[in-house]
Design a protein around this ligand. Structure first.
Ligand code: SAM
Length: 256
């Protein structure tokens, strides 16, 4: 009997130990793994998100085809959310944009999304370092009849932005979407601010970084970088801003 009780107590202590270890070593690094999506954010598979999509998404059939195709990719979760893409397409239309930049293209879901609403002589300068991803989307850009509007530049985005500036294209763009490596967000923002016209918009993705911006760890350079840019934007007199809880958080900066 005593042996049985001791065994049960040992099992109980072991489960507490596992909980504590999981909390400290996994929960601190990957809070969403333990605690779910941080409160205030709409979970990807929640009934509310389904309601939002059921009642607002008007997706072009070829765009939908690319979204479903991309979702099957091992890195499919990098794709921008469809409701966020629709918001950006609406902004691009609203300001009658002609020239837009996308930093971080992946399979080109959002590049296609923007190309679809640009005029026929409109241009998406699409920056990425990986051509293989774009090879997935290109046939669908073609099928949608907008391939000619997407100018894919395969090299580090900073280099492409510097080339555009050196080419005298400062203040000629209407819209920019920043969605590549997070450590360079501040540089992307500064260069985009030079490239877009007054009245133009910069959309910055993942500004919540899955909630990690609430308490960025010192060794998490991505969370640190996004958090610093969020703090800087709050005080940046060159722009008006809105931080929206769409997808993983998007900040819209309107150039004054
Ligand atoms: C989150 S994904 C972009 C998603 C995309 N905006 C969409 O519509 O689905 C990030 C992309 O940034 C690219 N990337 C990473 N570092 C980069 C860099 N230094 N310059 C340009 N692109 C980069 C990656 O190859 C990846 O395709």
């Amino acid at each position: 009997m005593l042996q049985c009780l001791l065994y049960l107590e040992w099992q109980y202590l072991k489960s507490i130990k596992v909980t504590i270890i999981t909390y400290f070593f996994v929960g601190k690094r990957y809070p969403s793994f333990i605690f779910g999506t941080p409160s205030g954010m709409i979970r990807k598979n929640s009934p509310l998100r389904k309601y939002i999509l059921d009642h607002s998404l008007r997706e072009h059939p070829i765009l939908k085809k690319l979204r479903l195709l991309t979702a099957e990719h091992p890195w499919g979760r990098m794709m921008v959310s469809c409701e966020q893409a629709q918001l950006m397409a609406n902004l691009v239309k609203l300001i009658k944009a002609k020239k837009v930049i996308e930093i971080g293209v992946f399979t080109g879901y959002n590049a296609l999304n923007m190309a679809l609403v640009l005029p026929d002589n409109g241009q998406v300068i699409a920056c990425d370092i990986n051509e293989d991803y774009a090879k997935i989307g290109r046939p669908l850009w073609r099928e949608a009849g907008v391939e000619h509007k997407i100018d894919l530049r395969i090299k580090p985005a900073i280099q492409t932005l510097d080339e555009l500036l050196a080419n005298g294209e400062a203040e000629t763009f209407d819209f920019a979407f920043i969605d590549a490596d997070k450590e360079n967000y501040n540089e992307y923002y500064e260069k985009c601010l030079h490239l877009i016209k007054k009245g133009g918009i910069i959309a910055i993705d993942n500004v919540f970084w899955n909630g990690k911006v609430l308490k960025p760890r010192k060794d998490d350079l991505a969370a640190q970088s996004i958090h610093h840019l969020n703090e800087k934007l709050l005080r940046d007199a060159r722009v008006n801003i809105s931080m929206l809880p769409v997808g993983d958080g998007v900040t819209l900066a309107f150039k004054l």
